[in-house]
Ligand binder design. Structure first.
Ligand SMILES: C[S@@+](CC[C@H](N)C(=O)[O-])C[C@H]1O[C@@H](n2cnc3c(N)ncnc32)[C@H](O)[C@@H]1O
Length: 332
């Protein structure tokens, strides 16, 4: 089994013991806590039921989003594997699981959160993942007083939203000082994207280059307020997940924004598909972010032969063109 399957069965096992009504009530509580004002002065995940509800309701989706972001990052740094990892605002460890799914094997791992129930539940789930067996569990508040040991990779997923602007800035600066690579994932909303761009600017100012999703480290070509760069990860729902979330769909699509930055050499994609490709009769329309940096719609038609076949298999978030094809400027 891979890490994604192991996580699914660990979650199913965890929730076996939780009566569905109690789980549903905890999910309701969480949803209204997240609808209320964030940041909060105290952790939202207050007890085991909250942490279990978060794990059932959100963790499969945050895991898939982070895994997709890390996979794009790994493609841009093919000769690099993190020798150590720190996850900030780890919750129930979605990002730690995603790192082991992207780069299998053991490495020193530190996970940090201010919510003890999240750490405790994360530790319980991590029992099913041998690569997380020796993780260091740190209960700390993210803020200006946070200090970090030097580490290869820092991940921060779905956390910036819960911090004040000064704490967000302190977090990114502290991560940049300690790490060789930083990956930040946020919800794929206009606000989530704005927080990612703010972090991206700080990382570039600290000497990092962008490895993914952007093909360049120049300013984002999206005019502020006109659009937002985001991607989509398909999350299959277990029957338990369906029961907690309601509805009968076998899957859901998690929208997310992200940035992966590194101090090491990187080979970012020549261009990236930044919207769902539109497949028409005899043609595929791809919205690309290119190295100019510019946004452009490419029309790939049947007369492009192999490239057309490749375009039909290309997904939102993929690099373009596929390996072995000439760079985008040379065709439609
Ligand atoms: C939405 S959850 C995300 C959890 C996990 N990273 C994921 O992707 O599923 C946000 C987490 O950040 C933690 N958090 C929020 N503010 C924090 C702070 N100031 N210091 C430490 N942890 C914080 C919360 O306790 C929670 O576990």
């Amino acid at each position: 089994m891979n890490a994604a399957d192991d996580l699914r069965s660990a979650l199913a096992g965890l929730l076996d013991g939780l009566p569905p009504r109690q789980a549903a009530q905890a999910v309701e509580r969480l949803i209204s806590a997240y609808r209320g004002a964030t940041p909060t002065h105290a952790p939202i995940l207050r007890d085991r039921a909250d942490a279990a509800a978060y794990a059932a309701y959100r963790m499969p989706a945050t895991f898939e989003a982070v895994h997709q972001a890390l996979t794009a990052f790994a493609e841009a740094v093919p000769d690099w594997t993190p020798g150590s990892h720190t996850d900030l605002g780890c919750g129930t460890l979605a990002s730690a699981w995603a790192v082991t799914a992207t780069w299998p094997g053991e490495r020193p791992v530190t996970v940090l959160d201010w919510a003890e129930p999240a750490l405790a539940l994360g530790r319980e789930l991590a029992g099913a993942n041998p690569a997380l067996g020796r993780a260091e569990w740190r209960r700390s508040r993210i803020g200006p007083a946070l200090t970090l040991e030097p580490v290869d990779l820092v991940t921060v997923s779905y956390v910036l939203n819960e911090l004040t602007a000064p704490d967000r800035a302190a977090l990114v600066d502290t991560a940049a000082e300690a790490a060789g690579a930083v990956v930040i994932v946020e919800p794929g909303t206009p606000d989530g994207y704005a927080r990612v761009i703010e972090a991206r600017d700080r990382l570039i100012a600290a000497g990092f280059r962008i490895a993914a999703p952007c093909p360049h480290s120049a300013a984002c070509p999206i005019a502020p307020g006109t659009d937002w760069c985001h991607f989509s990860a398909r999350v299959s729902r277990s029957s338990l997940h369906r029961q907690i979330k309601g509805g009968s769909l076998a899957y859901e699509d998690e929208k997310f924004s992200y940035v992966a930055a590194t101090r090491h050499p990187a080979e970012p994609a020549a261009a990236r598909v930044v919207r769902k490709p539109q497949i028409r009769k005899g043609q595929v329309l791809l919205d690309l972010c290119e190295t100019e940096p510019a946004l452009r719609r490419a029309t790939i038609t049947k007369r492009h032969g192999d490239l057309y076949r490749a375009a039909r298999d290309t997904d939102w978030g993929d690099p373009w063109p596929p390996a072995g094809h000439p760079p985008p400027g040379d065709h439609a």
